[in-house]
Design a protein around this ligand. Structure first.
Ligand code: ADP
Ligand code: ADP
Length: 226
């Protein structure tokens, strides 16, 4: 089973103007069920653009995006939003947690937006927090948590709605090396426990080495690295 299937993806910013920037020029990439793929590339290579297209936050100029076998390119805005909420979890370098809500509430809210009953959403939040060792921090606000704890909560939020695919953009890029290692371990454990597929952009070759497969984004195309 292929969870993410990108075919011939092309993207140029400011197309048709003197400032046109060609970023992706025929990206082909597949992520199979349960597979964790590292994407390495220098800054500016187009990692964020590719992740946003894969996660239906941005559109390609050409090519196909299939999530769990379904073609996404023809969908309208409403269909894309629904598919994104059901299929995809995002993690960024910065946690983007809501500051006025507790750790648990930050994991409950996206579930309520997906019409999950409150009791079930709270139970799932508690279970996710326990799995990353943060049961004692459930009632804390983001400002009361360390950087590594904030990021672990962000992982839980990304998995709240049981997505098929996790897309992560430098998920430990803001952390010091030791914390980064521990927090990445927590992310991998979560992903493995749930059998999730993931595409994780990173500069960190040690982290990339811990994933199933490594691809490089080079001159607008995906090259198999390992
Ligand atoms: P990465 O995540 O690998 O650093 P990005 O996908 O953010 O790369 O950006 C790739 C290239 O596209 C860069 O040259 C960047 O300046 C350019 N770019 C990104 N977003 C836009 C935009 N909205 N408008 C114009 N150029 C953009
Ligand atoms: P960077 O890639 O520069 O580190 P951030 O980590 O701050 O950026 O992430 C902000 C990105 O979140 C923006 O580029 C934006 O495209 C993206 N985004 C927009 N809408 C949503 C959404 N509904 N959910 C998740 N991310 C979103």
């Amino acid at each position: 089973d292929v969870v993410l299937d990108l075919r011939g993806i092309e993207k140029t910013y400011n197309k048709g103007t003197p400032g046109a920037v060609s970023v992706l020029s025929g990206v082909d990439l597949r992520v199979k069920a349960g597979e964790v793929v590292a994407m390495v590339a220098p800054s500016g290579a187009g990692k964020s653009t590719l992740l946003h297209i894969a996660g239906l936050l941005d559109t390609a100029d050409a090519g196909q995006v299939l999530l769990s076998g379904r073609e996404m390119v023809g969908l309208g805005d409403a269909g894309r939003t629904t598919a994104r909420r059901r299929e995809v979890g995002f993690v960024y370098q910065f946690h983007h947690l809501l500051p006025e809500f507790t750790a648990a509430e930050n994991i409950v809210l996206p579930q309520l937006a997906n019409a999950v009953p409150r009791a079930a959403a709270e139970a799932r939040a508690a279970e996710l927090l326990a799995s990353v060792g943060l049961t004692e921090r459930a009632g804390h606000r983001p400002s009361q948590l360390s950087g590594g704890e904030q990021q672990r909560v962000a992982f839980c939020r990304a998995l709240a709605n049981e997505p098929a695919l996790l897309l992560a953009d430098e998920p430990t890029g803001n952390l010091d090396p030791a914390t980064s290692d521990t927090v990445f371990g927590a992310l991998m454990a979560l992903v493995r426990d749930t059998g999730l597929s993931a595409l994780i952009a990173t500069h960190n070759m040690d982290l990339a080495a811990r994933m199933d497969r490594v691809v490089r984004l080079d001159a607008g195309r995906i090259v198999q690295e390992r």
